[in-house]
Design a protein around this ligand. Structure first.
Ligand code: NAD
Ligand code: DAU
Length: 352
């Protein structure tokens, strides 16, 4: 070991981030590397279709060690997790609702079994705090015509297989806290957007298709509502929940930014100077949740969090990122992506 490395490992706090090559996980890793100089990160990721090390290419290995591994594999997890870590941040997941409707088994494996393997490892290796990155979707759907919001007391009523797997994972996290006294935090956030998001999700899909003058598939009447948050704001809230959150608690994270899908799509087309005629209304998603809206009162009052990035600024930054990284877009819209797309939408994409 070099003297430099020895010095680092003596004073550094180690955190174990799973899914750190994905969209939100990589934004979280970037935030810690840029703003928490006393942290070193073990980034444990299976590099599924959604994982991409290009997302972190600007960082060397000084404080960021990447380990390719699967959270459902006990041996891989136990080998990679050192004793006495500051935290596990569990971002690793199958994260796309449409894929879960097509086939739920992978979601049960990674999102449920994988979380339990990590909880077992946290106990065995004396991890100080376990942070489970969950989602507002565990609370189901809200009526569109009422001024109601998800709070931390809302019952769990997941509607999609994805949401059911995330709700199930939350129950195992709670059980580890209640039964074994594991120090846990659960965060539940709404829809994230920002650069480096895989173009299966609405905003990057719309940007990528529009940049290529391809039709934009919009489900149902397009009036479904999501509560959008810029990814860095989400990551800052997770860090605060880790630092100041109360053990065993859940924290809902949202930027009070409800938007209907049709309005989101039109804003993107306008920003790119593309015609609204690219919008193509397609068959609705099965079990499609009508509205998500988060009451972020607890993270605001208890943790002193508030979003820094407005919707207008965040969307502009996001579009700019995709414009400047068309190679990234072309690479991820690979053969496997084109097959996925054709199978889901019955349309071709990315064919020149
Ligand atoms: P993503 O699909 O972009 O990334 C998931 C990452 O997990 C990928 O890097 C993938 O390789 C890795 N992964 C998948 N299976 C794995 C396994 N078995 N072992 C190890 N690594 C594995 O997802 P995202 O959008 O960045 O979401 C991250 C987390 O945040 C998820 O837990 C998701 O449920 C949650 N979340 C997402 C949103 C959102 O809007 N995207 C909102 C709230 C919560
Ligand atoms: O709310 C948090 C959740 O947000 C996260 O837990 C999930 O991981 C994340 O995928 C996201 O789920 P959604 O299903 O809300 O996101 P998605 O981007 O798939 O869809 C957003 C909305 O846009 C939803 O109402 C469905 C609609 N949509 C989506 C796609 C991909 C379309 O109309 N057309 C599309 O092609």
């Amino acid at each position: 070991m070099t003297a430099h490395r020895l010095l680092l490992t003596t004073f550094m706090k180690t955190v174990f981030v799973t899914g750190g090559a994905g969209f939100i996980g990589s934004a979280f890793v970037r935030l810690l590397l840029e703003e928490n100089s006393d942290f070193e990160i073990i980034n444990f990721d299976a590099l599924t279709y959604a994982g991409n090390l290009e997302n972190l290419k600007e960082f060397d290995e000084t404080r960021h060690k990447f380990v390719k591994g699967d959270i459902t594999n006990r041996e891989e997890v136990f080998n990679a997790l050192p004793d006495g870590c500051e935290a596990i941040f569990n971002f690793a997941a199958e994260s796309h609702v449409d894929r879960s409707i097509n086939s739920a088994s992978e979601f049960v494996l990674t999102n449920v079994l994988g979380t339990q393997v990590l909880l077992d490892a946290a106990r065995a290796k004396n991890v100080r705090r376990f942070c489970q990155i969950s989602t507002d979707e565990v609370m189901g759907s809200l009526p569109e015509d009422e001024n109601t919001f998800f709070t931390e007391e809302s019952p769990l009523k997941p509607n999609s297989p994805y949401a059911a797997s995330k709700a199930s994972a939350e129950h195992f996290v709670r059980a580890a806290h209640e039964t074994f006294g594991v120090d846990t935090i659960i965060t539940r956030c709404g829809n994230n957007y920002g650069g480096r998001q895989f173009p299966e999700k609405l905003i990057p899909l719309v940007i990528a298709n529009a940049m290529n003058n391809e039709p934009i598939p919009l489900y149902g009447d397009g009036k479904y509502t999501r509560d959008w948050i810029f990814v860095e704001d989400h990551c800052r809230a997770i860090r605060l929940a880790f630092e100041k959150g109360k053990s065993g608690e859940s924290y809902n994270i949202g930027a009070r930014n409800e938007r209907q899908n049709l309005d989101v799509v039109k804003s993107i087309l306008d920003a790119l100077g593309k015609p609204h005629s690219l919008i193509k209304f397609v068959t609705d998603r099965l079990g499609h949740d009508r509205r998500y809206a988060i009451d972020a009162g607890r993270v605001e009052m208890e943790l002193g969090w508030k979003p820094r990035v407005s919707w207008e600024e965040g969307l502009q930054k996001t579009i700019q990122w995709y414009r400047e990284n068309q190679d990234w877009v072309n690479r991820v819209r690979s053969g496997a992506y084109r097959d996925y797309y054709k199978n889901l939408y019955g349309m071709e994409v990315g064919v020149k």
